[in-house]
Design a protein. Structure first.
Lengths: 224, 115
């Protein structure tokens, strides 16, 4: 694909999150298989649908505003499920949608390949764009997600709506450990908590993950 | 939803009224950004008095975040006050209150601006 064509491709929040588990050598990070990452993927999809005006969560429920399809397979599948389901809080929806995470990741990788951001290699993906930079929806060239997360953490600025969600979901998904040392995470903990996930859906993903971990812990202790 | 405004010696006060959901978020965000531009030119701070703001959804919260970020970029003080309990809960749960700690009432906000 030419550079010009690449500039016309737009990378969404969901795609950015999935790209964070594609290592520089094209292999997939082990964190991609964790419940935290799966729920972060669900969260990214729900935030995108919120930004598109299809959903609008509050503290009590996930409100469906526009259930029309044609948004792409990942978004259509999630929206169809939420629109057909009962009224429920966002964290409940994250838990219900979590089994779909693997499909959403596959749809997203397919979309990234179709847009020319990645190429499929043998048991790995190949980065097409140099330095992992790519355009976002508003058409501006952006630094890759890892670099923007680090910049957000090293700054005192109020993060953009996009970057606070990206940081919050990267934290929930256990992705920060992939490019920050444990010491750096400890040193930046206050800033991570302050700047990450200033968003109701991200908070709901955190709650859902805690609930899921509690259920698994109980199953481990009381297996019968 | 509508957003009225007043001006004091030190601040431009925005007073949103009603429900701040997805349908109202873009208009409110524009009101905040216009307010920040006006305040920046006049050397004023922004106070968002939420006494008559009944409801904030996720999209509405995002417009507050964009407004606060724009104010920070332009070095304009940005304060929120007089939150009703439901809105205060959204600010608390989301973590927005850590970035912009809400003040109890208009008097507290005006005192913060004057200090």
């Amino acid at each position: 694909m030419s550079d010009q064509n690449n500039k016309e491709a737009h990378v969404s929040l969901l795609e950015e999150l999935v790209l964070l588990v594609v290592e520089d050598d094209g292999s997939i990070a082990h964190t991609a298989g964790t419940p935290g990452f799966g729920m972060a993927v669900i969260g990214a999809c729900l935030v995108e649908l919120n930004m598109q005006g299809a959903l609008d969560p509050d503290l009590d429920a996930m409100h469906v505003l526009d259930a029309s399809e044609g948004r792409g397979p990942a978004y259509d599948e999630v929206l169809r499920t939420v629109a057909a389901g009962p009224v429920a809080r966002t964290e409940e929806w994250v838990l219900k949608l979590y089994p779909m995470a693997q499909d959403l990741i596959r749809y997203t990788l397919d979309a990234l390949i179709a847009r020319g951001v990645l190429e499929r290699g043998e048991k790995r993906f190949l980065w097409v764009l140099k330095e992992r930079s790519y355009p976002l929806k508003d058409g501006r060239e952006q630094k890759e997600a890892k670099r923007r997360i680090i910049d957000t953490l090293l700054s005192d600025d109020i993060p953009s709506a996009h970057d606070t969600v990206l940081l919050g979901l990267a934290l929930v998904g256990g992705l920060l450990e992939g490019f920050l040392t444990r010491g750096e995470i400890v040193r930046l903990e206050k800033r991570i908590q302050e700047a990450g996930g200033i968003d109701l859906t991200v908070r709901a993903v955190e709650t859902a993950l805690s609930q899921e971990q509690l259920i698994r812990a109980q199953e481990m202790i009381y297996p019968f | 939803m509508e957003t009225n405004q007043e001006k004091t010696a030190n601040a431009l006060i925005l007073m949103p009224e009603g429900r701040l959901d997805f349908g109202a978020a873009a208009e409110f965000q524009a009101a905040l950004e216009n307010g920040v531009a006006e305040a920046s030119g006049a050397g004023l701070a922004i106070i968002v008095d939420c006494a008559k703001l009944d409801y904030v959804s996720s999209a509405g919260l995002r417009s507050f975040l964009v407004g606060a970020r724009t104010a920070r970029e332009k070095n304009v003080g940005f304060h929120v006050c007089s939150l009703v309990p439901g809105v205060a809960e959204v600010f608390k749960v989301s973590g927005f209150g850590q970035i912009i700690p809400p003040l109890a009432d208009r008097a507290a906000a005006e005192a913060a601006v004057a200090s």
